[in-house]
Design a protein around this ligand. Sequence first.
Ligand code: MFK
Length: 552
Amino acid sequence: MGFVQDAPQLPHPYRSDRLLQNLMARAVPAERRAALEADLTALGDYAQEAWQRRLDSTRSEPVLTQWDAWGQRIDRIELTPAWREGPLLTCRHQVLAAGHDARAGAHGRLEQFLRVYVYHVASQFYTCPLAMTDGAATAIKASGNTALIERALPHFLAIDPGSFWLSGQWMTETAGGSDVGRSETQARQDTDGQWRLHGRKWFTSAVVGEAALALARPQGAGDGAGALALFYVETKHADGRWRELRIDRLKDKLGTRELPTAEIHLDGLPAIPLGELAHGVRQVAPMLNVTRTWNAVCACASMASAIALAKDYAQRRKAFGHPLIEQPLHAHTLAGMQAEFDGAFALTFEVAALLGQVEQGASEQAPLLRLLTPLAKLWTGKMAVSVCSEALECFGGAGYIETTGLPQLLRDAQVYCIWEGTTNVLSLDTLRALAGSGLVPLREACEHWLGDVRHTATREAVHAALDQADAFLAHGADDAQGSQALARELAFTLARTAAACLLARQAHWMHLHGTGEAAGRREHAALERFLAHGINRLMPGRADDAQLLASP
Ligand code: MFK
């Protein structure tokens, strides 16, 4: 047999991840690191085993069986091995509970999301229902509904797999994905006061949860989003049978195929209102902001895997007499991906840290968190697709071959910019977040992050981008249509501006606290390259979209 190429090996996602280790050194208190390191090491071991298992076994997907042999409706879903292992890993390593652990104080969220980052790819998107469970716990806490807090949170935040419950988030209907105000599901009240839900939910990722938060229109309420209410439901009887719901089918999706996303009918499912019987979108917003943070962290995790595999392969694969890593253009391509990723990682974990601070009482940071959350979500979602696509190209034809495990990275990545709000929905949410204090919270944060950083190029680029964004917003006050049309460019500009400051802060910190002569050089190179790609994405004038889209 002729030459056979070595397969790429997935490096340990914690032990070999310098960004992650540097972040821990800077942001996690020394006395909290040992427990976190033990979990990250174990989850990283699991990730490497899972990658090998993926290559060594035939890929499996969830299977829905609706009827048993005797005609009984059962709606049984068989899960993949990684999904069956999910509750144990989640509880043993506190992937979810760590974010709500009062002993961790403001660091809890950061520590939680570091675990999510290492676990995500191996979990086969079991992290999706974990995100929703986390979001549900957060929304229920925010509602102040003590009965539900006592009923659901001990299950959602359990560290014992035997009592752990997953929660879904049931919003999307055939009439409305982004525009949930068109929801048709009705909530009707029995004579004894019990609310029951009737209707159809069109994208329930993942349906296997024991509970869910669902939007529905109370009978007699008017049209529109303001009239929707938010309800808590439990999906199963004590013996495991489904309550008043049917699973119509599992979705046939481009990616995330191990995740059982379903279409369901609610046939009078008992439901408990979280709070007032209106303004359900406002009540579900804390959940959306948490799941959007998960989305950003998981997008980063997918990019980290793709880049790590491409870098590993570049050492193994030779072409034209040299390993790929020694070919200048290949190295330049990889380095560009790495620099963009460094920026995305910095912004995403700043959001994770801020979430913990705001939840622990730093309310002065709330406007900044409100703005950075959609920015991190939309930017990392889009970037994950381009980085994973570029990573596949680094393997040539092998990157296009299913059994290398690589194409799945790209197919899965496409979901990040769709679910939990598309790029455009999140761009419009950015305008909503700016409506209060404009750019003031971001300007102040940029100054704070830059601190005594002396890198003139960063300061100039950041100030220029912020000035242009301010001018855009001032103009937008007179031209709402125009500012909506360019909301995406604005959002990318703001995300990149924040990321540039955070990269500069990290480079400065490494320069001061890193070990060895080269301390901070790698981070400085990432900053320079990131700046070279440009921060400002705003167009110089208003686009004439109507002309371009006019029919012949
Ligand atoms: C592995 C990764 C993990 C990720 C988990 C994956 C789960 C995947 C499953 C799904 O994808 S579930 C479907 C997700 N669907 C969405 O995310 C819906 C997308 N659409 C939006 O986000 C719209 O912007 C929204 C429905 C929120 C807009 O609805 P409206 O009715 O036009 O909202 P409106 O009137 O602007 O806002 C209503 C209230 O909510 C306002 O407050 P007030 O009532 O006090 O005025 C808003 O300020 C507030 N609000 C809206 N978005 C908010 C928010 N508040 C805080 N944060 C936000 N993000």
